[in-house]
Design a protein around this ligand. Structure first.
Ligand code: SD4
Length: 325
């Protein structure tokens, strides 16, 4: 550790690079030590604008926790997104309930589950992490905590798109707790800063037309999100029940600790999920992971999963491989 710190200090002094950082507003420049590669990864194509914001924040502040919070906040208010934030699809009673978690590579973490009327559940999750002795607050307690923290509550009305979809769903009210290829896009974001510190965030309105009270994997530390500075980070998307059953994100980080690459670890997690689910042909779930060297990987049950990557020299969307073709 000492050696590494010495190396970083030395490389900062002697060989620092002046690299342009992409931003949708203005170009930002920041010095990064040679050999250390900050990176932000997010699930799905809505990860592109979320990554832009996260990268801008990381470039301006150097704070990876601020970056992963601010990044996913973009998705939480994206009116086109029907599975993150208050504009998301409701449960079968017509009520939108949100789940979110945030975690630092040091082990500090916070989450909220089954919370209503909160525009940025990720910010509330961070407040649980920083301002309480707890990890997770749920339901009415989480909402009361938001009020106590001075977070204004939003009016409880469905977005235009969600209302239309809900009315359509109600015609049959077919309760099928599955996520197929069209019905998902929670955002999970994981990132590493120039000093190798990591953080992650995950936020969702969960499964469309779920039972009232249902909570998915996204706010469960170790299922939807896990981060450990010694190893790496992982996040999940898709049918939360399947992810929870294998402790997906924690499993991937632990496999990476044993030397598996992020890609191999994601594939193994999907393999275990498939093993436990006879109905897997109808299910979509996938994982995204990074290790502390900045290697990354992703894998899903079904085709169609992709992830956004933002680094010093790249801003791209990558198609993940899948078990079913
Ligand atoms: C959940 N994992 O609540 C979330 C949903 C999701 O893409 O990821 N959708 O089960």
């Amino acid at each position: 550790m000492k050696g590494r710190r010495k190396f970083l200090k030395k490389s900062l002094l002697s060989t620092s690079l002046l690299l342009p950082i992409a931003s949708h507003t203005k170009p930002i420049f920041r010095e990064y030590p040679a050999g250390v590669k900050p990176m932000i990864l997010s699930t799905w194509n809505h990860g592109m604008p979320a990554n832009d914001k996260a990268w801008q924040v990381l470039s301006e502040t150097g704070n990876i926790v601020d970056a992963v919070e601010e990044g996913v906040k973009v998705t939480e208010i994206d009116l086109d997104n029907l599975s993150v934030g208050l504009q998301g699809l409701p449960d079968r009673e017509g009520i939108v309930t949100l789940d979110a978690s945030i975690m630092k590579g040091t082990g500090e973490c916070g989450s909220v589950a089954f919370v209503r009327q909160v525009k940025h559940p990720i910010t509330l999750a961070r407040k649980v992490m920083e301002n309480t002795p707890h990890v997770m607050l749920a339901g009415e307690g989480a909402r009361q905590f938001a009020i106590k923290e001075g977070i204004p509550l939003e009016e409880e009305v469905l977005s235009r798109k969600a209302e239309k979809a809900y009315q359509e769903w109600k015609k049959k009210a077919n309760y099928q707790p599955i996520i197929n290829i069209e019905n998902h896009d929670t955002i999970g974001m994981i990132g590493i800063d120039a000093e190798g510190k990591m953080a992650g965030s995950c936020t969702t309105s969960g499964l469309a037309y779920k039972m009232h009270g249902r909570v998915g994997d996204s706010p469960i530390i170790g299922a939807g999100l896990y981060v450990d500075d010694e190893v790496g980070a992982a996040t999940a998307t898709g049918l939360g029940e399947a992810v929870i059953r294998i402790c997906g994100a924690f499993l991937i980080v632990e496999l990476m600790r044993q030397g598996w690459t992020p890609q191999e670890a994601c594939e193994e997690a999907v393999r275990r999920m498939i093993q436990k689910h006879p109905d897997i042909a109808d299910i979509q779930a996938g994982f995204l992971a990074i290790n502390k060297e900045g290697e990354h990987g992703a894998y899903a049950v079904q085709p169609g999963f992709n992830y956004a990557k933002h680094s010093t020299n790249e801003k791209i969307l990558i198609d993940a491989k899948s078990s079913f073709k």
